[in-house]
Write a protein of this length. Structure first.
Length: 133
């Protein structure tokens, strides 16, 4: 919503629907709801509570911009750094989950073809999430 944006600062997508962020059409012109993935299947890597905390803090940055642009810019940078760190941690944890309990199929041990197929499928799904498919 244009009134929620200060000189384009609020152009980052929000969730499709929450109490504080109603669904709106993205200004990019592709007709999707703000925060909705193009295919609708990409799962979030962060917990919803974590995402909401980052969104709430972003809203505070936007509101602060009018009175303190340089402070808001510094806060925005810190917020992005923290969100990247949280995302990196979440990705590493989820990547580690992929390897748990799969055995070592490369050595020809008791891991059968069906187990390996499942492992490869889980890795494909994870990669698709990373690539936004």
């Amino acid at each position: 919503m244009a009134e929620d944006r200060i000189d384009g600062i609020g152009d980052t997508p929000g969730p499709a629907t929450t109490d504080s962020y109603p669904a709106t059409v993205d200004q990019s012109g592709d007709g999707r709801a703000v925060g909705q993935e193009h295919d609708g299947t990409t799962a979030a890597f962060l917990e919803p509570e974590t995402v909401q905390k980052f969104r709430d803090r972003w809203r505070e940055v936007q509101l602060r911009f009018v009175d303190d642009p340089s402070g808001a810019a510094a806060d925005a940078q810190r917020l992005v750094e923290e969100s990247v760190e949280a995302l990196t941690t979440a990705l590493a944890e989820q990547r580690a989950e992929l390897g748990r309990g799969q055995g070592d199929g490369a050595t020809g041990d008791a891991t059968d073809t069906e187990q390996l197929r499942t492992v490869v499928r889980r890795h494909r799904e994870f990669l698709d999430r990373i690539l936004g498919r």
